[in-house]
Design a protein around this ligand. Structure first.
Ligand SMILES: C[S@@+](CC[C@H](N)C(=O)[O-])C[C@H]1O[C@@H](n2cnc3c(N)ncnc32)[C@H](O)[C@@H]1O
Length: 280
């Protein structure tokens, strides 16, 4: 089954415009993209892939760090996201390809120096995407990606130490129940994380890629940024039979119970993998 937020539509202009506006107003995707691009070791790169590149926030980070004559291919299957990217990010070194991550090898010639994938890998068919990355990477080339803490089943210690009250998600559910008669789904029994480090390592190994480094990192933010993020249609809560306007009303009411500069923390699992260098 397709992941939920894919069903809700990356390939819609409302989401694409709201997403791009968010990346311009708030640092979240720029910071996570820069972190990954830095770990990809782009100093001598000639060809870099921005996998699931959306509207280009990650491509921008790659272009900052790659040599001035390097080429960057940003591949994403949502044409709407790329339309916004094409309009806002003009760089002759950047090529946009509208295609699924799993088909990467059909669109890139090979001998790629690095593949960077920010905030998206769990939305793909992971084993297939990893095989495609292996096909295009040159020996020694790096594949760097992150997995949202909830999907990876990891939590940076800052997430518990910094929290000063209920999360905006919790408040959204409370307000939806109070004002809209929303019945939250029963708490799921301890489900296994969708993409734990063990699962990632296994899929990488099957695809012929080795793990060089992993780290759980914390991203510090504020309630104001979280609210803006939850206003992007593809991320709006709660699930169920709500219109976007109703979700935004619930969000406004939930947000009024917090303060804009209340700190929030998001955890990420960062993985640096490599196609092994050829044996001599
Ligand atoms: C949260 S956005 C991240 C975009 C960009 N990397 C950034 O940091 O701004 C997730 C992106 O993954 C894309 N995506 C999801 N599944 C995909 C797949 N199977 N193949 C290609 N792109 C996919 C979506 O279209 C969306 O643009």
């Amino acid at each position: 089954m397709a992941p939920l937020d894919a069903l809700l539509g990356w390939d819609e202009d409302t989401t694409a415009e709201a997403y791009a506006a968010f990346t311009r107003a708030f640092p979240m995707y720029a910071l996570t993209s820069r972190d990954l691009a830095r770990r990809a070791d782009l100093t001598d790169s000639g060809l870099v892939v921005d996998l699931c590149g959306g509207a280009g926030a990650t491509a921008e980070a790659i272009l900052e760090l790659a040599p001035t004559d390097a080429q960057v291919v940003s591949l994403d299957n949502a044409a709407a996201m790329q339309r916004v990217g094409r309009r806002t990010l003009n760089d002759p070194r950047l090529t946009w390809v509208t295609a699924p991550a799993e088909d990467l090898a059909d669109h890139v010639p090979g001998a790629v120096d690095a593949v960077v994938c920010n905030s998206a890998i769990w939305k793909t068919d992971v084993p297939q995407a990893f095989v495609a990355v292996h096909q295009v990477l040159r020996p020694g080339g790096r594949f760097v990606f992150n997995v949202g803490g909830g999907f990876a089943g990891v939590r940076h210690p800052d997430e518990t130490s910094v929290r000063t009250g209920p999360s905006l998600n919790t408040l959204i559910h409370q307000v939806a129940a109070r004002d809209y008669g929303y019945t939250p789904p029963p708490p799921a029994p301890e489900a296994a994380p969708k993409l734990s480090l063990d699962t990632v390592a296994e899929h990488l190994s099957v695809a012929g890629l080795t793990v060089l480094d992993t780290e759980v990192v914390a991203q510090h933010s504020t309630m104001a940024e979280k609210k803006a993020w939850l206003s992007i249609p593809v991320f709006a809560r709660p699930d169920g039979e709500f219109t976007h306007a109703q979700r935004m009303d619930i969000l406004d009411r939930a947000y009024s119970l917090t303060t804009p500069d209340t700190p929030t923390v998001t955890s990420w699992l960062v993985v640096v993998a490599q196609r092994p260098k050829e044996q001599r």
